[in-house]
Design a binder for this molecule. Structure first.
Ligand SMILES: *[C@@H]1O[C@H](CO)[C@@H](O)[C@H](O)[C@H]1NC(C)=O
Ligand SMILES: *[C@@H]1O[C@H](CO)[C@@H](O)[C@H](O)[C@H]1NC(C)=O
Ligand SMILES: *[C@@H]1O[C@H](CO)[C@@H](O)[C@H](O)[C@H]1NC(C)=O
Ligand SMILES: *[C@@H]1O[C@H](CO)[C@@H](O)[C@H](O)[C@H]1NC(C)=O
Ligand SMILES: *[C@@H]1O[C@H](CO)[C@@H](O)[C@H](O)[C@H]1NC(C)=O
Ligand SMILES: *[C@@H]1O[C@H](CO)[C@@H](O)[C@H](O)[C@H]1NC(C)=O
Ligand SMILES: [Cu+2]
Length: 554
């Protein structure tokens, strides 16, 4: 071997080593398996999202200068995104969706509720009292709008599907505002559909001013026919009977930070499990003590067990060691909760370029994973960071393959793609939670209740019904669990109607190809409302490769 032929490999090894060291220092090498860029341009900024079919997500923005245009050049504000091939189908709307809520109703229709002022230049009407309907069962579905579908103006309201499959719509203000106040507050609720055209007064949203937009609502799990909701705003919470229109219980204050807009935290109803008698436990994490861009975000969570309302009280503990405002909270296929996105400093609201005001800063790039089955002190695990800051107006949701769809971040009044600290983020990421790097095999669902037509529209199932689920798997000794998930309508850190219900598996029978599982559906609509859901089958905590779309019916 002569000198020069020795030199070349040494040089290339050195280059490779240097590159590797630089990558490792930047933390990029270790990121690779967890995050992938699904798309570089979501077409519209992802302010609101809802999974509407196994491979479809509806993305709703406000009216702004989005990259996706109609043929006449007007900006698009909503579209349907295809997870399989990135196809985007434009969904025209008449009104401005900034910023709305939404949820599914019993017939499977997604309803979007409320919005903001007209944008005459782009030919959009005011959406303050609009209801918008879309039937995702239909491949060519388009929005239908009723501009006066709601009885009042609602900007930054919340919605949740009730046990009877109707939509409960709560609060908001009558016009756009940075912080809610007595003059423009809308302390009422209404239910869709309903013959009653009077909004109902809701004192709690007066008592919780000013940090009470996008209030947190969870459906109490029953018993059957119960009409109770958990409602939280600012630092306070109540159990409210929507039928009797009465407060059932005022719960103790969650001391520390405020947790709703603009001091925004995030909340989930933890997984409901038949073996625990569907014990309702609510978790709320993050927020801020002060409505101040310079204020460090809350580094605590509150957890409250609501199974005995007289004893219910908040347990307060550290939020995985990281302060965070504006987190997203995504319940994963194994029932753990992923908190991601958001900032360590500041609050929700628009930055002002003109006045050099950043409402929020110090993006938190590491998700934290919460496991309620662990003892206090061991519940959180910090995960590898993303490289993409996601501040105000970012979203995330579980999708049927067990990954997490992450999009958005849009903290300026208008779409701005460069020249500012936090430009509008159009990149879409997929995050693979730790369960996807496990070595246990993933099940494949082959049929449900005898039907092989899976994920070609939701399969109807009934409460209490025992359905046969046929799976194949390479594991000879699998340990299955089953759960129904509703992924919810996501905006402003509020994951409306998101719900996880584990299901009893009565029997597992091997057959020639795999196994037949007898899975029992939940008993009634307070456990899981009668809407489209996804059935996830896990093996040793590892999700199946694709959950199956079901529609729970009475
Ligand atoms: C909208 O974006 C286009 C580029 O996509 C730009 O040319 C135009 O000036 C923008 N309009 C406004 C009002 O910001
Ligand atoms: C579901 O109900 C909504 C609202 O009542 C209605 O607009 C829609 O057409 C219905 N969809 C189907 C598929 O029946
Ligand atoms: C409430 O907010 C509106 C909109 O910003 C503002 O015009 C009004 O003066 C405020 N009222 C009070 C009492 O602060
Ligand atoms: C629940 O309500 C339905 C219809 O309103 C009624 O038929 C049923 O008996 C009720 N069940 C219970 C447990 O109260
Ligand atoms: C999976 O298996 C590989 C090779 O056998 C091993 O190196 C790795 O640590 C395993 N991973 C987990 C999460 O158990
Ligand atoms: C499920 O299968 C059972 C037995 O074949 C049948 O009686 C039932 O109607 C099916 N349920 C649905 C919702 O298709
Ligand atoms: Cu907003």
């Amino acid at each position: 071997m002569n000198a020069s032929s020795f030199l070349i490999p040494t040089t290339s090894i050195l280059i490779i080593l240097t590159v590797w060291i630089l990558y490792s220092l930047a933390g990029i090498a270790q990121l690779a398996p967890d995050y992938e860029i699904l798309d570089t341009d979501s077409g519209v900024a992802a302010m609101h999202i809802a999974v509407t079919a196994p491979n479809k997500i509806i993305i709703i923005d406000k009216v702004q200068n989005n990259t996706m245009r109609f043929s006449d050049g007007r900006p698009v504000s909503t579209l349907e995104y295809d997870l399989d091939n990135g196809a985007r189908r434009i969904l025209p709307l008449m009104s401005n969706t900034f910023c709305s809520s939404g949820g599914f109703i019993a017939n499977g229709t997604l309803v979007s509720t409320g919005g903001a002022e007209a944008i005459p230049n782009d030919n959009y009407l005011a959406g303050f009292s609009s209801l918008r309907f879309i039937d995702p069962q239909d491949d060519k579905c388009q929005w239908r709008e009723d501009l006066n579908g709601m009885m009042t103006h609602r900007w930054y309201p919340s919605s949740i599907t009730l046990s009877d499959g109707r939509l409960f719509i709560l609060g908001g203000s009558k016009f756009s505002v940075g912080v809610n106040n007595l003059t423009i507050n809308n302390p009422t609720f209404e239910i869709y559909p309903s013959d009653d055209r009077n909004p109902k007064f809701f004192q709690f949203l007066v008592d919780t001013l000013p940090f009470n937009l996008f209030p947190i609502i969870h459906l109490m799990p029953g018993p059957k026919n119960q009409t109770h909701l958990f409602v939280f705003a600012n630092k306070d919470s109540i159990i409210f009977d929507w039928k009797a229109e009465k407060i059932v219980k005022k719960l103790p204050r969650l001391e520390g930070a405020s947790r709703t807009y603009p001091t925004t935290g995030s909340s989930v109803m933890l997984p409901l499990r038949p073996e625990d008698d569907y014990k309702p436990i609510v978790l709320i994490c993050g927020g801020n003590k002060k409505n101040n861009p310079k204020s460090t975000a809350a580094n605590t969570c509150g957890r409250i067990d609501l199974s005995d309302l007289d004893k219910a009280n908040w347990e307060i503990f550290a939020f995985g060691g990281l302060p965070r405002a504006m987190p997203n909270s995504v319940i994963l296929a194994d029932g753990k909760v992923l908190f991601l996105n958001g900032v360590a400093k500041g609050v929700a609201g628009y930055n002002s370029i003109k006045h050099h005001i950043l409402k929020a800063d110090d993006p938190v790039l590491n998700p934290v994973l919460y496991d309620d089955q662990q003892p206090n002190g061991k519940r959180f695990q910090k995960l590898n960071p993303s490289t993409i800051p996601r501040v105000y107006h970012s979203v995330a949701t579980l999708i049927p393959n067990g990954k997490v769809f992450i999009a958005g971040s849009s903290p300026q009044q208008n779409l701005i793609l460069s020249g500012v600290k936090f430009p509008t983020e159009l990149r879409v990421e997929l995050f693979s939670p730790p369960y996807l790097s496990s070595n246990h095999s993933r099940a494949t669902i082959k049929s449900v209740n005898g039907s092989k037509k899976i994920n070609k529209g939701p399969i109807e199932v009934n409460y209490d019904q025992c359905i046969e689920v046929e799976v194949t798997i390479s594991d000879q000794e699998p340990e299955f669990t089953a759960a129904l998930l509703h992924y919810g309508f996501v905006t402003h850190s509020t994951h409306m109607s998101q719900r996880y219900v584990s299901c009893i598996i009565k029997n597992v029978k091997p057959n020639d190809k795999g196994f037949i599982l007898e899975v029992v559906m939940p008993p009634h609509g307070n456990i899981m409302p009668p809407i489209p859901v996804y059935l996830h089958i896990n093996n040793k905590g590892v999700p199946c490769d694709s959950a199956v779309h079901l529609h729970l019916k009475e």
